[in-house]
Design a protein around this ligand. Structure first.
Ligand code: GNR
Ligand code: NI
Length: 171
C-alpha cells in the first residue's frame, strides 16, 4: 500500500470534471490497489472521505469512512444523488484546503445510488455527517470545492492564508 499526494487549493487540477468509471475497470488490480491506497491516505491524513480528484485521478469515485472506529469502509463508484430533502449547515473542512473550516449549507437527507468496489449497484439513504460527506465528495468529482460556497473575498483570504502557510512551511 502507499500514501498518495493530495492536491491542494488553488491547484487547477482540482477543477477537472471526473469521467464515469467503466465497471470493467473494477475487476482489475489497478482499481483495487487505488481504493486501498486512498483509504490508507485518508486514514493517515486523517479524514472521513477522499475523492479520486484529490489524488489527481479524474474518475468518478470516492472512499468514505465516517465511523468512530474507522472500520466502516465505503466505496462509491459513479455516485448519483437521486433524492434530497431539507437543509443543514455544517462546519466543513477539506484535505485539499488544509486548516480552513467554514459553514456550508447542504441537503440534510439524501439518497445516493452508486456501484460498490466490485461493481455491485446499491442505494443508500444518508443523513448527518455521512450525507454531508457524500455531497462534499461528489462536488470534488465535479471540480467543486467547499470554498466555492464562500464569498469571493473570503475565498481570496483562504488562498492567501494557504500561500502564507506554505511559505512558512518551506522556510
Ligand atoms: O475529512 C474531512 N472532513 C470533513 C468534515 C466536514 C465536512 C466534510 C468533510 S470531508 C473531509 C475530507 C475531504 O476533504 N474530502 O474530500
Ligand atoms: Ni474535500
Amino acid at each position: 500500500m502507499a500514501l498518495l499526494p493530495i492536491l491542494e487549493f488553488p491547484d487547477p487540477r482540482l477543477r477537472t470534471k471526473a469521467v464515469p468509471v467503466d465497471p470493467a475497470w473494477l475487476a482489475g488490480e489497478e482499481a483495487q490497489r487505488l481504493f486501498d491506497d486512498m483509504f490508507e491516505t485518508m486514514y493517515e491524513a486523517p479524514g472521513i472521505g477522499l475523492a479520486a480528484s484529490q489524488v489527481d485521478v479524474h474518475k468518478r469515485f470516492m472512499v468514505i469512512d465516517v465511523s468512530e472506529e474507522k472500520d466502516r469502509r465505503m466505496v462509491f463508484v459513479n455516485p448519483e444523488i437521486v433524492a434530497r430533502s431539507g437543509e443543514e449547515v455544517c462546519q466543513e473542512g477539506c484535505l485539499s484546503v488544509p486548516g480552513i473550516f467554514a459553514d456550508v449549507t447542504r441537503a440534510a437527507e439524501i439518497t445516493v445510488r452508486a456501484l460498490d468496489r466490485h461493481g455491485e449497484p446499491f442505494e443508500l439513504a444518508a443523513d448527518g455527517l455521512l450525507a454531508v460527506c457524500i455531497q462534499h465528495e461528489i462536488d470534488h468529482l465535479d471540480g467543486k470545492l467547499f470554498v466555492d460556497y464562500l464569498s469571493p473575498l473570503k475565498r481570496e483570504m483562504v488562498r492567501k492564508k494557504l500561500a502564507k502557510q506554505r511559505r512558512a512551511d518551506a522556510a
